[in-house]
Design a protein around this ligand. Structure first.
Ligand code: SF4
Length: 392
């Protein structure tokens, strides 16, 4: 029977994998004798911090190669499921940890001018769980297999969620839960075995990485400072999202930019970011949103939908000049919060349904996109707004 270890490259998975490699008596029956049917698989989101790749290459891949363990790296190939997955590497002699993936989560987010939502982990399933499931379907099919996951004893919700997911021939095993290990125990085990403090594994734009309570900011901001190229990705994504919707922000509506502005040394990154923006190709975007209302309550916002179109592209200066001209033609002001520029054609009302409509300028990374529910919400919102205007 195949035994597949989903390796997310964090401390939990690393500790569990090391123990299975170093202590044969902890292995499931299928692996006690030899490791030839063990497959370690990683789904690359494309946005993992580079220092994670370096740690994995230095400490984990040589151990796998020495024991001839099969290592597979996979990634999502595109926005749609029909685009499929890419097998980045499949070898018993792994060398490079291919964290740049294929179609990166950052590309997905910037193409729709949004940020990863801290409210749900749907994108995680889309870029990790779904990708690994596709690999299983092609490579294991209907054969039963043991699926090892590195959830620890403090994560019963994630274990319960995982039990409900996946293919019917999966037999899940959570070794850290069986061993009673939490994250601290994993970190200590890795340090005892390898002599290194394992860094957290996550995307550089991960909204969960900045939590105040668990010291997330103290860990993640210095990491961004040490990876300026990746920090540019996170800041650009946020800039674009906020330009199109002032209520956005990487950290639950708060902006990474502001966090860095107050952080010792953060200004260095922000200076770089301003140059990065100057060098980028920009676009003027036409952004329209329709908002429904909760049934029977015009004070409560219902489902929103958006239509977004890049109108013209060029240099930053050119796009701001276009925006200024548009403001003059519409008889509106070109408004700025100091970082973003917008011309508000229609602002959302306080009663729902309603609409909002703006022109803005930002890096030319977002695509022309209209949500399926937009035409109706726009029509209803516009009608309600006009009726209100007539009544006043
Ligand atoms: S952004 Fe965070 S939650 Fe989302 S896939 Fe990356 S690490 Fe996981």
């Amino acid at each position: 029977m195949y035994v597949v270890f989903s390796y997310g490259m964090g401390a939990n998975g690393t500790a569990a994998l090391l123990r299975l490699l170093f202590e044969p008596e902890t292995r499931p029956a299928e692996l006690v004798e030899d490791l030839s049917n063990l497959i370690v698989i990683t789904a690359q989101t494309g946005d993992e911090f580079l220092d994670t790749a370096v740690m994995v290459e230095q400490h984990i891949y040589p151990l796998l190669a020495k024991r001839r363990v099969r290592m597979v790296q996979v990634a999502r190939a595109g926005h749609y499921e029909r685009d499929g997955i890419v097998v980045l590497d499949d070898t018993r002699e792994p060398i490079l940890c291919l964290t740049s993936g294929a179609y990166a989560l950052l590309e997905e987010l910037t193409s729709s001018a949004t940020v990863a939502q801290a409210k749900d982990r749907k994108h995680s399933q889309k870029f990790k769980g779904w990708v690994i499931d596709q690999w299983f379907k092609t490579n294991i099919g209907d054969e039963p297999y043991v699926h090892i996951m590195g959830y620890d004893v403090s994560e019963p919700d994630r274990v319960a969620g995982d039990l409900a997911l996946g293919l019917p021939n999966k037999r899940p095993w959570y070794p850290l839960v069986d061993w009673g290990w939490d994250w601290g125990a994993c970190e200590r085990y890795i340090f005892a075995q390898l002599g290194v403090r394992w860094k957290r594994s996550h995307c550089f734009e991960c909204p969960f990485a900045f939590s105040v309570t668990k010291g997330g900011r103290e860990r993640t901001i210095p990491r961004l400072l040490a990876h300026p190229y990746q920090a540019m990705g996170a800041l650009t994504m946020e800039y674009l999202a906020v330009a199109c919707n002032p209520k956005q922000g990487l950290i639950a509506g708060k902006q990474l930019y502001d966090l860095l502005a107050d952080w010792p040394g953060g200004f260095v990154l922000l200076e770089l970011f301003h140059h990065h923006l100057d060098d980028a190709e920009w676009a003027v975007y036409d952004v329209q949103r329709g908002f429904g209302s909760k049934p029977g309550d015009t004070m409560k916002r219902g489902r929103p939908a958006r239509s977004m179109r890049p109108l013209v592209t060029g240099s930053r200066a050119d796009m701001l000049a276009h925006l200024e001209r548009a403001a003059g033609l519409l008889g509106r002001r070109l408004e700025t919060d100091g970082r973003h520029w917008r011309v508000w054609w229609r602002r959302r009302g306080i009663y729902f349904p309603t609409v909002e409509h703006l022109l803005t300028a930002a890096p030319a990374l977002a695509h022309d996109k209209t949500n399926p529910g937009f035409p109706k919400l726009w029509r209803d919102g516009l009608k309600a707004t006009r009726q209100l205007e007539l009544a006043i």
